[in-house]
Design a protein around this ligand. Sequence first.
Ligand SMILES: [Zn+2]
Length: 492
Amino acid sequence: MERIFKNYRSTRSRTIRKIITLLFLSIFFLLSFSFPMISNAAPRLLDTGEELVIVIDPGHGGENEGTNTSAVLEKYRTLVTAQAMYEELSKYDGVKVYMTRTDDVDMSLKERAEFAASVGADFLLSIHYNASEEHAIYGMEIWIPATVPYIDYGYQFADVWLKEMSATGLHNRGVKTRIKNNGDEYYGVIREGKDRGITTVILEHCHLDAAQDAAFCDTEDKEREFGRLDAIAVAKYFGLRSTVLGVDYSGTDLAQAALPDLGILPLTLSTAPETCDLKLTELDEESGDATFVISAADSNELLEYYEYSLDGGETWQGITTWPGYAYNATKNQETATFYLNLPRETDTEVRVRVYNYYDQKTESESVIVHFKYQDELAAAALEWEQEHSGEEEIEQEGSTDAVGNPIVQDSEENDAADGTSISDNTTAGADDSDNSTAPETENADHDQPEQNRNDRLIVLIAIGIGSVATTSIIVFALRKKAQEEEKRTRRK
Ligand SMILES: [Zn+2]
């Protein structure tokens, strides 16, 4: 009886087992087809043990003001964001949260890492705001360790943080590493953290000196919102739950690929884009509309921005995101097209430069944009001048200046020359090259009338003297003849 019962039980349990197995298989089958991405998800590589400890580090403080490129110093902003992050993260279950500083005090990078180590931190997050040398670069980015295994932990967190922050609409500059020439971590807080076994990341929320980012960080509320998003990213990365908030991130999927697999080099090994060529592909002679195409290549890194100059590279007009750029893209788009409306009256020297993922730049050659309209204007001006200097043209027949253009005489100068064709060199000036031709022969001609006058005077005087002499001789002769007649008559 018992055996029969046993057999019955075992038959029944076998059937149940079969049904359960089938059920599991069909669920797995359904899931794997409905959500193919799930198979790409990875577990968190960082093991935090029993208790999770997070340390938030507001960057700078005290004498160390951080970037001062906007009205509010970076050291104050980082404190606002860090405090908001602390408050938000404290709402989650099973996490201990600390801050390296809560006041405006000086603190070395070593001291920050030492503090994190002293409280048993699993993760150290250094809060920052950014600024660039060019004051043109915009967007958010995250710096993670380049050292294994911290690079993998950092990358998995970075992927979550960048997704969370993308909701703000900020340009995504992605995840980066930087090493010193000796191979050690470049950034002090990351290096000091790594030396103590703590994964440390630097969160650069946005650029305080970029026009594109200004609207993202112009109020304290927005700085607090960054802190809230930072906290959510931590909660998602560590799969936390919050009874207070009623959220459960325990099922969050993390990225599998580590940074080197994406082909992203540390900044230290980065080189500028290999090529950057600019072409004018269309020009509307009437409206001034011009179409340009940039062809650029960078075999190691992503192309991220481009910008143009209208004065051959003296000044730049502000950067634009390279088409097709995404921080996790694997390939660059080769060309970017942009449009300008240019003045038709003057030539414009257009030049471009492209920036890669690490802001290394390569500049193109200049393209000189010239409109036919300018030639039409010049031709019309020449025609007008010719019409208004016709008389002088005839007088100056055949004479040209150094480059073969007909010399156009100033009519006032010719008026001053007493109505003759001989120009007056005293009014022309020494440095007026058009009038400095053959002055010596002209000066010789100038003396001629004076001499003629003198000659005529001499002739006249000679004639005068001659006449007087002749008259005197005639008179003298006549008087002598008359005296002789008188003597003869008296004798008679
Ligand atoms: Zn900073």
